[in-house]
Design a protein around this ligand. Structure first.
Ligand code: SAH
Length: 398
């Protein structure tokens, strides 16, 4: 196939992980390039025998030099991306998420999970929030606007680019947050199962809501009838709404962000009106756990990523162990703990070992009832184990 894409030739043997469809090329794997590379450009990867392997985006910054988006040689035009996004949409339809009467928020494109590394698109009742994690994807932003309009038609209400914090590269102000289609008010009301949430797409964390916990929030409902529930690192009250929906007698929500707590209170009112059995605390979780009561039946621990990079793994694990130990120590006999880590650098095995140690140190008898992950709209690319970033355990603590 003739095209103008710059070709990258790999060192002998360095094609192996790509042959197993792992979508990253590190700088050390590269033997030669046919032209000087420009940031974000499309490149083709060849093995040392000059056999085509894959096509991806070159990135100057960071240790991942090329992010692969296809293993079949192709012309990368708008139709190529349209086809890919259509596939992502079809998958969401397969899992019952588009045109769903009770849930209208989900992840439409999940980076490597949809073989579109560097691209995240979250869907909030027709409002798409795009987050670019690679410069190559950012350069295609007009194509994505066009393709989303074509594929979603009238269902699409707006598109907001929220990549200022995920993409530092780019010429000055080139990547400012802002609407790419139809300006909207920042706050949108979405539905997740029967629950409603106000999502602040501009001012909120990530793209506005932690959509990845949907199925885990649903599971929590089952454990809460008549229980006193503590939701730590609760953000805008996702798990708190589920706990109350499940019949909790009392729910406490803790988050260090006042803005998140304000929205949490609004979300409780939106779903339940004025109620007496919810209290929120805008305070540091570590302080709260240090002084907390020991009469909680159910506790949710969903901290931010303590290990954002591999070199922070040990430190992160220590942080997770510390909070899990405190909670396992204090939870009521027969209590239920939903504990999570969303750090990509911490494996399932690391996480389980950490919880094991925290439990042993607290000298409590602990059983695993459920092993959790992100929802299916955040698919895990089987060739890219790193995409299984969310780990959760539901524990029964005697
Ligand atoms: N469980 C939430 C998502 C949690 S995200 C949901 O289902 O929507 C992690 C949250 O931890 C964020 O809201 C952040 O504000 C909060 N956070 C970070 N550090 C904290 C700390 N030291 N104490 C309390 N909250 C903290």
């Amino acid at each position: 196939m003739t095209n103008n894409y710059t070709k990258i030739i790999l060192k002998p043997g360095k094609e192996r992980s790509l042959q197993r469809f792992h979508p990253w090329v590190f700088s050390g794997a590269i033997e030669a390039v046919t032209k000087e590379l420009t940031d974000g450009e499309i490149v083709e990867i060849f093995d040392s025998e000059k056999k085509y392997i894959a096509t991806g985006h070159y990135q100057e910054e960071g240790s991942i030099t090329v992010r692969i988006f296809t293993f079949e040689q192709a012309i990368i035009d708008d139709d190529f991306w349209k086809n890919k996004i259509q596939k992502a949409i079809n998958l969401r339809k397969t899992i019952g998420l588009l045109d769903n009467n009770t849930t209208n928020t989900f992840r439409l494109v999940h980076g490597e999970g949809d073989l579109m590394p560097g691209l995240i698109i979250d869907y909030y009742d027709g409002n798409a929030v795009i987050q670019f994690h690679s410069y190559g994807m950012f350069l295609l932003k007009d194509s994505f606007v066009k393709v989303l309009r074509e594929l979603l038609g009238d269902q699409l209400k707006s598109i907001y680019n929220k990549s200022e914090s995920t993409l530092t590269k780019g010429e000055s102000n080139e990547n400012e947050n802002g609407y790419l289609l139809n300006e909207k008010t920042s706050e949108i009301i979405v539905k997740e199962y029967d629950n409603q949430f106000i999502v602040d797409i501009q001012g909120g964390q990530k793209t506005g809501f932690f959509i990845d916990q949907r199925e885990n929030r649903k599971l929590l409902e089952k454990y809460c009838a008549g229980k006193k529930v503590l939701n730590v690192f609760g953000y805008t009250g996702g798990f708190s709404v589920s706990a109350l929906k499940g019949g909790a007698s009392m729910v406490h929500s803790v988050d260090s962000s006042q803005k998140a707590i304000d929205l949490c209170n609004k979300n409780i009112a939106l779903n339940f009106g004025t109620i007496e059995n919810h209290a929120s605390f805008a305070t540091d979780a570590f302080d709260f756990l240090e002084n907390m009561d020991s009469d909680y039946d159910v506790i949710v621990l969903d901290p931010p990523a303590f290990a954002k990079h591999l070199h922070l793994r040990e430190k992160g694990l220590k942080g997770y162990r510390n909070i899990n130990n405190k909670v396992i120590h204090k939870i009521k006999k027969g209590g239920i703990l939903f504990t999570f880590s969303c750090s990509q650098a911490i494996s399932n095995e690391d996480f389980r070992t950490m919880v094991f140690t925290a439990a042993a140190q607290a000298k409590r008898k602990v059983k695993i009832l459920h092993q959790l992950s992100q929802g299916p709209d955040h698919p895990i690319n089987i060739y890219h184990p790193e995409s299984e970033y969310l780990k959760g355990l539901v524990l029964y603590i005697d």
